[in-house]
Design a protein around this ligand. Structure first.
Ligand code: XMP
Length: 221
């Protein structure tokens, strides 16, 4: 399964209904700060109850010293399988401590190597070699790389190899087409508004899945 649905601007009941109906069709769900701040951290376990076996990711985009990132991660760790942190904070005294903490809990670390918005070219992409070397040292479970710039995904795969999962946001609202990131080497595509903002989110998710398949068929020919 290749689709991860991003839950940001929904209430708990709406999100529960959505996760329940998509549960068998997706690889997992990524819950962002807008949802957590509006509904409270405790809402995460309630939400997970609707589809407990899939991959649940807390997208806190952590970027702090290790001590503080661990404190923040500890507030969500029992309800999720993975936590996202920024790669630019570096290894020593930051991501090394977070990784060790998550490892001790059996949880996954995902680090951002670049972002999907246009401004990422101004700073993030220029630092790509350094951030990829952070990822190579840390060996996190996964990294986030933008569906909007497939060349970054290809570079990430080439540098980090097959041992890391690549998760790619930027599909739909930000312009990339379903399947483009998979064709460039990503393992999962993260889709938010295209699904959560649709009149019929389940139908929209089905459409994304069939477009992914079609695009993959074409790029493998
Ligand atoms: P949309 O609605 O644009 O939502 O499909 C995308 C989701 O993914 C997150 N996002 C990112 N997360 N690096 C990340 O770690 C990125 O480059 C990036 N771009 C989008 C966004 O927070 C939303 O949940």
């Amino acid at each position: 399964m290749t689709l991860i649905v991003a839950i940001d601007g929904l209430g708990v009941e709406e999100a529960r209904g959505l996760t329940r109906s998509l549960c068998t069709r997706v690889a997992g769900f990524k819950v962002g700060l807008p949802f957590l701040l509006a509904n409270g951290v405790q809402s995460l376990s309630e939400l997970r109850g609707a589809c407990p076996e899939k991959l649940w990711i807390a997208d806190l985009k952590l970027a702090d010293i290790g001590h503080v990132m661990k404190l923040v991660a500890s507030s969500v760790a029992s309800s999720v399988d993975a936590v996202i942190a920024h790669g630019f904070v570096g290894v020593r005294g930051a991501l090394d401590e977070l990784k060790e903490y998550l490892d001790s809990l059996g949880k996954k670390l995902i680090i951002v190597v670049s972002m999907s918005h246009p401004g990422a070219e101004e700073v993030y992409d220029k630092a790509l070699p350094s951030i990829l070397s952070v990822a190579a040292k840390l060996r996190p479970w996964g990294v986030v790389a933008p569906a909007t710039r497939p060349a970054i995904i290809r570079e990430t795969r080439k540098t980090l190899g097959q041992g890391v999962k690549i998760l790619s946001p930027g599909i739909g609202a930000q312009g990339a087409r379903p399947g483009e990131a998979l064709c460039a080497g990503a393992d999962y595509e993260i889709v938010g508004r295209l699904i959560t903002g649709a009149g019929d989110p389940v139908a929209s998710a089905e459409e994304v899945l069939s477009k992914q398949e079609e695009m993959l068929r074409r790029c493998k020919e």
